[in-house]
Design a protein. Structure first.
Lengths: 327, 373
């Protein structure tokens, strides 16, 4: 602006004002150089931060480029929330979904919607460096991606995957050390259970019916955490031959296979099964589990989420299946 | 009187060129043989195979012991597994499937006559969405899984189905007297509105969503002697009202004026028939959820063979509906064993193409045009 007005003025009064114009031009030049220097200085200060990124490979095999320093994390998956807190990055979580109820401090964080109805606007407002999602959030991932917000899918499918997911989350938030020690503890817990049930012969391993739901009657298939937890606890899953993850089964399947133990999920003091309820089902009063009253509840969240508490779930399941071995 | 032109499509049934009377005899005979056969076969099939001879023997034993009313075979003793499965699980389940198939088919035939509309099915007045709303409410109220609370779901579904139809009926009477077209519209609107309430409940249902969805797909997985005992009185009452009104049904298919000429009070018969058919439908919905297509297709299929006279159509539809539902439930239990499919998926999957095939048959489409003129 200034230089514009100067040139315009100098066109008319060039001979008289030459000296003053020159000094003004010099002043402007000096100011411009100073500004450029200042800007350049600024650039030099921020340079190590802005371009420095890291590449993360998530549970779906996607390569996601993230800033090297992760300061703000949003998690819309209860499993991912548990993992972030377990690896010691919980203080950087700025928002979670409504179902993220563990650890307790996650419950006090701002909510960004439910499981299927994630509120994209709420996430954008939090300006996170990364959003942890599960595989059902495909649409959310696309929406957030178009707004320049990066998502990492955290969806482990078995215990081995849980370790991998924990390491991935730990690495991106610079917490690898703590993650490794948590994983070592988990492996120790599972190994301790394995040591106690190792000598039970295959034909004496107790048959476990895990009742996922009562109406319709649902069980757990061979590709689920529940199945893996039962096997790691030294039991046999009643429906290890099912084609689907949570097959609907008839009452007759349970009667014909006659489980030794019935385990059902408890939802924070919700529905509970009892010998009375089970005996009410047609033909179930003669079941071994009912006659010997081996009907037990287990926290639904620790068995269905592939989180850091899965080792705890194995220990608990083993205690329910073989109470005499774990006193 | 309301003779079906499709009678000329002679390749129907077992024989080539037969008179309608002979064809009807063959049809009756086939049903009389196939229905018991299907029942025995259905009870033998499942995640555990039980030979037909063994099935018959066990049923004989059970009949002699007269355990039929939900009493445990012998309390305290570990019972024989095959006996338990046949007597306490598969027999009540198969019978319930048969009864519901029959009820839905008879109700469908009645509604098609009452509305003079081939598209009518048992759920035309909102019984399925009303029942679903009741069931969803019962599920969400989250009663503990105690034996008594297990009855709250069918009870709520039954009441919901009745209320929806009563609402449609009351609205229709206010709007247009006894006109069947107004009733049809009221039913469709009440059904849609009830569905939106159901969607609202489902949106807030959290982890109960899956249970509501599975209920909506329909099935006999929870069947017990008790569920059979609960629905039987309503089925008998509703069935009696409809089956004893074959003359009125025949008259109504020809229009109110013609009915009046035959000495039938169209509006009164319609009211009673709607009540009876609704009772049948609501009872079925209560224990099995809404199972589609059976109540729509079976009346058409049977009409094709025995003609439109309800004196023959209703028993034929009842037997055919029972047979098809038993077969569908057997498929539901066996194709993915040990998993089960909801039976509503099977009836819709097979029923849709079958109905289209029926429509493309020479002469059958014409009957619709003819009947509605």
């Amino acid at each position: 602006m200034d230089s514009m007005s100067i040139t315009r003025t100098s066109r008319h009064r060039y001979p008289q004002l030459q000296g003053r114009a020159r000094s003004l031009l010099w002043l402007v030049l000096v100011l411009l150089v100073a500004l450029a220097l200042a800007a350049g200085g600024c650039q030099r200060v921020t340079e190590p931060e802005v371009p420095a990124t890291q590449t993360v490979i998530d549970s779906m095999g996607r390569q996601v480029e993230l800033p090297k320093q992760i300061a703000k994390i949003v998690s819309v998956s209860p499993t991912a929330t548990e993992i972030v807190f377990a690896v010691g990055a919980g203080d950087r979580v700025v928002g979670v979904d409504e179902y993220s109820n563990y650890p307790p401090e996650a419950q006090d964080l701002p909510k960004v919607g439910g499981y299927l109805d994630v509120n994209v606007e709420a996430i954008v407002a939090l300006q996170p460096d990364v959003v942890l999602v599960s595989t059902i959030h495909r649409e959310t991932v696309e929406q957030l991606g178009s707004l320049g917000i990066k998502c990492v899918v955290v969806e482990p499918r078995n215990v081995e995957d849980v370790y991998t997911a924990m390491l991935t989350v730990a690495q991106m938030s610079g917490q690898s050390g703590q993650a490794q020690s948590v994983i070592d503890q988990m492996k120790e817990t599972i190994a301790a259970v394995a040591a106690k049930v190792r000598d039970i012969p295959a034909d004496e391993r107790r048959l476990v019916f895990y009742e996922v739901w009562d109406d319709p009657l649902m069980s757990a298939g061979p590709e689920t955490y529940i199945h893996e937890i039962i096997v790691l606890s030294g039991g046999r899953n009643l429906t290890e031959d099912a084609d689907t993850d949570y097959p609907i089964i008839g009452y007759e399947v349970v009667v014909a296979r006659d489980p030794h133990v019935v385990i059902y999920p408890t939802y924070h003091g919700g529905i509970g099964l009892s010998a009375e309820t089970l005996s009410d089902r047609p033909g179930w009063s003669g079941l071994t589990a009912v006659r010997e009253n081996r009907i037990q509840g287990i926290d639904a969240d620790i068995v269905s989420r592939g989180g850091p508490r899965i080792a705890e779930a194995v220990a608990e399941m083993a205690r329910l299946i073989y109470p005499e071995l774990f006193r | 009187m309301a003779r079906v032109p499709a009678g000329k499509a002679g390749s129907e049934g077992t024989a080539g060129h037969t008179t309608p009377a002979a064809r009807r005899r063959w049809f009756a005979l086939a049903l009389a043989v196939l229905l018991p056969l299907a029942l025995v076969m259905a009870i033998g099939f499942g995640s555990t195979r039980i030979p037909a001879g063994e099935v018959v023997r066990i049923i004989g034993v059970g009949a002699r012991r007269a355990v039929g009313l939900g009493l445990p075979v012998a309390p305290g003793l570990p019972p024989d597994t095959a006996e338990t499965i046949v007597l306490l699980i598969r027999l009540p389940r198969t019978l319930l499937a048969a009864v519901c198939g029959a009820a839905l088919s008879v109700a469908g035939a009645a509604f098609q006559a009452v509305f003079r509309n081939p598209l009518a099915d048992p759920y035309i007045l909102g019984a399925s969405s009303g029942g679903a709303l009741g069931a969803a409410a019962a599920i969400l109220l989250g009663l503990p899984a105690t034996p008594l609370a297990r009855l709250s779901l069918p009870a709520a579904a039954f009441v919901g189905a009745l209320l929806a139809v009563m609402l449609a009926y009351t609205l229709a009477r206010r709007a247009g007297g006894g006109s069947p077209v107004v009733l049809l519209l009221a039913g469709v609107v009440v059904g849609a509105w009830t569905s939106s309430l159901l969607s609202l409940l489902m949106y807030f249902s959290g982890r109960f969503l899956a249970q509501i969805v599975f209920w909506l797909m329909g099935g006999f997985g929870g069947a017990t002697w008790r569920s059979l005992a609960i629905v039987s009185p309503y089925m008998l009452a509703g069935g009696f009202v409809v089956v004893t009104r074959t003359k009125e049904l025949n008259a109504l298919t020809m229009g109110d004026d013609a009915a009046m000429g035959m000495g039938v009070d169209a509006e009164r018969s319609r009211r009673l028939l709607v009540a009876g058919a609704t009772l049948l439908t609501a009872a079925a919905v209560a224990v099995s959820g809404p199972i589609g297509f059976v109540g729509l297709i079976v009346p058409h299929l049977v009409r094709l063979v025995v003609g439109a006279d309800h004196w023959r159509l209703l028993p034929g539809a009842a037997a055919t509906g029972a047979l098809l539902m038993v077969l569908a439930d057997t498929a539901a239990r066996t194709v993915l064993a040990p998993s089960e499919l909801p039976v509503g998926i099977i009836t819709a999957l097979l029923g849709g193409p079958f109905f289209l095939w029926l429509l493309t048959r020479r002469g059958y489409g014409a009957w619709f045009g003819g009947a509605r003129r």
